[in-house]
Design a protein around this ligand. Sequence first.
Ligand code: ZN
Ligand code: ZN
Length: 396
Amino acid sequence: MTTPDPRFCEPGDLLESEGLLRQIRHHLHRNPELSLHEAATAELVATRLTEWGYEVTTQVGGHGVVGTLRAGDGSASVTVRADMDALPIVEESGKPYASAVSGVMHACGHDGHTTMLLGAARQLALTRNFSGTVHLVFQPAEEGEAGALRMIEDGLFERFPCDAIFGMHNQPGVATGTFLFGAGPFMSSSDRALITIRGRGGHAARPQLTVDPVLIAGSLIMALQSVVARNIDPAAIAIVTIGTVHAGVATNVIPESATLGLSIRSFDAAVRDRLQQRITALVSAHVEGYGGSVEIDYERGYPVLVNSAAETEFARQVAEELVGPAQVVSPYGPVTGSEDFAYYLQHRPGCFLRLGNGETSPMVHNASYDFDDANLTLGAAYWTRLVERFLARPAR
Ligand SMILES: [Zn+2]
Ligand SMILES: [Zn+2]
């Protein structure tokens, strides 16, 4: 184990910020904003960063905020990102600071992510124990609206150049304060397909005069699982989930059409291509075989999130120095969820890590979920130390 260097941030250094961070987190939790509507959250972030001496740029790719701080004469630069948006869920956590906005909830812990990064922002500004440039990115619209891509397309990496980028997500089911790392493909790509099967409707008692789209849909539900079972290398990971099935309104009517909604996940570009090609071919031939016709709307979502090896090892070392090896799991994963942080990693090396939110924590996107406040100062200390360590190294 590496001996902790007293020059770098320790968890205890942030204790003084604990009250403030809880207050910020509870305020954000009570006032959640949906993707693309994070105006008040962005304003809170920008106000704090300005107060702490950051050069602040707002409206980057929507409600995105970037805080920049320079110290010393180092030429290296590093970016740390947090996400800010909430979800369309009616909160049932019963917490005193539960959402005051009906039907909107911080059910993914982005209130905690934003607060941890604000904690680091304050600490870095107070101590300025680094040489170089740090950019703190507060990203909007992570939940399905590709806020990361919006910020990149608004010139994030040209306007705020960096050598590497880091991000973190809380992880229910794992002890609070445990850091999880995985190099290489760490989170899956996420694609969607909407399949509309058209047949010929008619009377339930005269099926011979119809082309039944419900029968075709049923057959297709089973057949689609053969893509993973028989077209993909068993050593690779692939998921085809049929999440929606819609057809019919009456028991005595064979409907005109049926629709299936698919979620498709993988960890490799070739597997991703193969899934799309096989699903498209199988669906077309299958429906045609039954005498129907089909429209396939196949939409590619977030790409595979690939952590670079050197930056992941660096991020792991920082965690081990901070909390000791017993609270670090490496390698961890891969995780079959998706993250738009994947887009950043297509442009810069970096690491997206996960931090345990408690073994009994409800899963993210559950109405009873809540971010564990015990991670606030720890996460803030982690980001502070990571920046100090990264910018203490010789310029690349
Ligand atoms: Zn989420
Ligand atoms: Zn999330």
